[in-house]
Write a protein that binds this ligand. Structure first.
Ligand SMILES: Cc1cc2nc3c(=O)[nH]c(=O)nc-3n(C[C@H](O)[C@H](O)[C@H](O)COP(=O)(O)O)c2cc1C
Length: 179
């Protein structure tokens, strides 16, 4: 990997990003951040570290441990799109807010409505794909995920989302009653 980064630098590339897992590893085991540090020590161009950043603390730890110039966030960007806001807040105040159920509802509903507005055939599939990420780690998320997987129609999925947050979020349920 170090050799490839050097070649990239010699060829005039302006930065390199590394996700330090092997193809054989897939997503199993932990990303070996020491490989990011090794590349950082070997090249002068900016190095972007990636792998297993789940929280703002992880991002700061990656920079501390590897000296990388920036971080790249993959799966957490889908499961917790607030990670970037949290990171900025953490860097300026040392603490960060967690999304409310209302935030989660608004984000899921908005994304699903945008998929529907495109009027493409793959909306239901994309809704299911996003549900995989989004329902992990939220209370009652497994049941919502299963019911979304079983749904056949996009509108049915929107109803499932509304129904879920109606029972898991007081703020949303009062809105839905008023609407
Ligand atoms: C939905 C999804 C799509 C991805 N697509 C690509 C891709 O097109 N090219 C690529 O190099 N890596 C891709 N990756 C890998 C990520 O860039 C990243 O290296 C990997 O998810 C590990 O980082 P993480 O622990 O922050 O998720 C993808 C990952 C996910 C979850």
């Amino acid at each position: 990997m170090v050799e490839m980064a050097r070649i990239a630098e010699d060829c005039g590339l302006q930065a390199v990003a590394l996700h330090p897992r092997t193809r054989e590893q897939g997503y199993s085991g932990r990303a070996d951040w020491s490989r990011i540090a090794a590349i950082k020590a070997a090249v002068k161009i900016p190095v972007i570290g990636n792998g297993d950043i789940l929280t703002p603390e992880d991002a700061v730890r990656m920079i501390d441990e590897t000296g990388c110039d920036a971080v790249m966030i993959g799966r957490t960007a889908s499961s917790n799109p607030w990670i970037f806001r949290q990171l900025e807040q953490f860097l300026t105040t040392g603490r960060y807010d967690h999304p409310t159920q209302r935030d989660r509802y608004d984000m899921m509903r908005t994304y699903y409505e945008m998929l529907l507005a495109r009027a493409e055939d793959d909306s239901v599939g994309k809704m299911k794909q996003f549900a995989t990420y989004f329902t992990h780690g939220i209370r009652g998320g497994a049941a919502l995920r299963v019911s979304i997987y079983q749904a056949k129609e996009a509108r049915q999925i929107l109803d499932l989302v509304d129904g879920f947050f109606e029972t898991h979020c007081d703020e949303v349920s009062s809105d839905l009653v008023l609407a």
